[in-house]
Design a protein around this ligand. Structure first.
Ligand SMILES: Nc1ncnc2c1ncn2[C@@H]1O[C@H](COP(=O)(O)OP(=O)(O)OP(=O)(O)O)[C@@H](O)[C@H]1O
Ligand code: SF4
Ligand SMILES: [Mg+2]
Length: 325
């Protein structure tokens, strides 16, 4: 029997609710998720389903109006209970996050090399200037950029090159876990494929764990070992990526999977092809299954209570009718 790879990230019964002027907004509702060493796990779902909220809890980066409940463990540390100094050390060196929209967050007046070097200098202040420069070159090489790019300013790079820089920065302090929130949404289809291949290769080469978030299930099907599909803050289906994509059991996953022809289209995050309507307001969820108002398979019983995650065809699925014709 093979020993399972160590758990790098474990979220157990995670709940996140925001305090808003219009009341409590439950953005994440009871999510369980594990990422093992050397594993790529994807989270898919439409805009507003709670993906970034979930990602923000991994390193306790959620906004002040968020209330988190449940377990968040990174590299064996209880992130919710950690002291600030320990948490700071864990950020970058233990786990790092490529934020949604990070592509535009590079400082326009500083050269690329300086920006990649910054986290290294912060976390390894004793390193000589030469050693930092060598590490920056090595990182740029790892993400497929020539060393000369270190002297460039962000505006001199293409979108794809800037995203490579963001990935180099995320890897700068040799983290064991990387979280990438919509790392390719702003890129065209060709560049998107290159960046995803790069991420996948790096995971295997460096043996890190990767949690990758995207509205585009087809993107995740290509790169992930496992995927979780979220709807209205809950996981509605999870399993091996290729299986979930090719044989979706939840009607919502089927709709996301049907969005395939629109690969790379950022607008697809707002409504997958063929799926009418919008996701519910988390402050005003419909009774029963949150997907019922849009579900082509809904029956009266679906409105009676929220369907639990049950094993169907070897996968957890939250649908009363999954597996039945
Ligand atoms: N700081 C906040 N305060 C109040 N509500 C918030 C806050 N951040 C997010 N929300 C709400 O929480 C819900 C989940 O948002 P989140 O950003 O996690 O979704 P997402 O799945 O990442 O969407 P997208 O694909 O558009 O990035 C949404 O209803 C959103 O409006
Ligand atoms: S429980 Fe009912 S409404 Fe919900 S996804 Fe299944 S069939 Fe559709
Ligand atoms: Mg988001």
């Amino acid at each position: 029997m093979t020993t399972p790879a160590p758990e790098l990230l474990s979220l157990r019964d995670l709940h996140v609710a925001y305090r808003t002027s219009e009341g409590r907004l439950p953005a994440v509702r009871g999510v369980d998720l594990v990422v093992h060493e050397g594993e790529v796990v994807g989270v898919a779902g439409e805009s507003g389903c709670g993906k970034s909220t979930l990602a923000s809890t991994v390193l306790r980066l959620q906004p002040k109006n968020a209330r988190v409940e449940g377990e968040v463990e990174v590299l064996g540390h209880d992130v919710r209970a950690m002291r600030w100094g320990d948490l700071r050390a864990l950020r970058w060196a233990g786990a790092s996050i490529v934020f949604q929209g990070a592509l535009h967050s590079l400082n326009p007046v500083h050269r690329i090399g300086r920006q990649v070097a910054e986290p290294i200098r912060t976390h390894e202040p004793g390193l000589s200037r030469d050693a930092v420069d060598r590490r920056v070159e090595e990182l740029l090489d790892q993400v497929g950029l020539s060393a000369s790019r270190a002297r460039a300013y962000p505006h001199q790079l293409s979108g794809g090159q800037r995203q490579r820089v963001m990935i180099a920065m995320a890897l700068a302090c040799r983290p064991q876990l990387v979280v990438a929130d919509e790392p390719t949404t702003a890129l065209d289809v060709m560049v998107q494929a290159q960046i995803l291949d790069l991420l996948k290769d790096l995971v295997h080469e460096l043996g890190v764990g990767l949690l990758i978030i995207s509205h585009d299930l087809s993107v995740l099907a290509d790169v992930c070992d496992r995927v979780l599909v979220m709807y209205a803050g809950r996981v509605v289906e999870s399993g091996p990526a290729a299986e979930v994509f090719a044989d979706p059991l939840h009607p919502y996953t089927a709709a996301l999977s049907g969005a395939f022809p629109r690969i790379g289209d950022p607008a697809a995050r707002y409504a997958p092809a063929g799926l009418a309507g919008d996701p519910p307001d988390p402050r005003d969820l419909p009774p029963g299954c949150a997907f019922a108002p849009r579900c082509p398979r809904a029956v009266e019983e679906c409105t009676h209570g929220e369907p639990p995650l049950l094993q169907v065809g070897g996968r957890p699925v939250a649908c009363l009718r999954a597996g039945s014709s």
